[in-house]
Design a binder for this molecule. Structure first.
Ligand SMILES: O=P(O)(O)OC[C@H]1O[C@H](OP(=O)(O)OP(=O)(O)O)[C@H](O)[C@@H]1O
Ligand SMILES: O=c1cc[nH]c(=O)[nH]1
Ligand SMILES: [Mg+2]
Length: 212
């Protein structure tokens, strides 16, 4: 598994504001949206393209166009929805699949309550978006759904990752031969006794959408 921590002053600036407990929900949503656009720029470096020629007003010009089948973007509900618009703005031809998952706050096990994905993902590049990679249980389960349906490679875009979560992902997919990349704005210190990322930003879903 490949991990990329995007090292850029604009990313750090926006992430710092996102972490701040005084940041309200509307601002949090705006910052998450801006951050995903910056992360997606790096995360899509390997997106498949084909060579094409277009006519400029002056002459033919060779260039690149997104290749088919177009990528699939998969937000993990609920918090991942806060990253969807930023992704589709950058990848307007992408298809969107949905996974609803919730982590049991006692056992820290992820439970799936909704799946709406294409049945056949053969040859597809997939981008999973979820702000938090904590124990890694949620993301690993989500990625298994995609590989089980034939996905070619999966890139996860997170705002924050914990070392424990990355280690779990590494262990889970080590011998599978599946290409996986994790792109994150920061690698934090650790998880606390409740499975929260430290220093983190708290509960991403609650900060985006309020407590339900
Ligand atoms: O790496 P893990 O330990 O599995 O935890 C990370 C998951 O927890 C959060 O979602 P949550 O379960 O709170 O659901 P929500 O998006 O509805 O708030 C987060 O958005 C991830 O999906
Ligand atoms: O720190 C954490 C861990 C899991 N989910 C969150 O929203 N935040
Ligand atoms: Mg939550």
């Amino acid at each position: 598994m490949e991990t990329l921590v995007v090292d850029h002053p604009l990313v750090a600036h926006k992430l710092t504001a996102l972490r701040d407990v005084r940041t309200d929900s509307p601002t949090f949503r705006m910052l998450a949206d801006e951050l995903v656009t910056l992360l997606a720029y790096e995360a899509t470096r390997d997106v498949r393209v084909v060579e094409v020629t277009v006519e400029t007003p002056v002459s033919p010009a060779r260039g690149l166009r997104m290749a088919k089948p177009y990528p699939l973007v998969v937000p993990i509900l609920r918090a991942g929805l806060g990253m969807l618009d930023g992704m589709t703005r950058l990848l307007p031809t992408a298809e969107v699949g949905f996974l609803g998952m919730i982590r049991d706050e006692e056992t820290l096990q992820a439970e799936t309550y909704a799946t709406r994905l294409p049945d056949d993902l053969s040859g597809r590049q997939c981008y999973v978006v979820d702000p938090m990679l904590a124990t890694g249980g949620t993301l690993a389960a989500a990625i298994k759904f995609l590989f089980d349906r034939g996905a070619e490679d999966v890139t996860a875009i997170c705002l924050l990752a914990a070392p424990e979560g990355l280690a779990y992902m590494d262990k889970t997919f080590a011998d599978t031969g599946h290409p996986i990349r994790v792109v994150t704005a920061a690698l934090d210190e650790r998880l606390n006794e409740n499975g929260y990322i430290v220093p983190g930003l708290g509960d991403a879903g609650d900060r985006l959408y309020g407590v339900v």
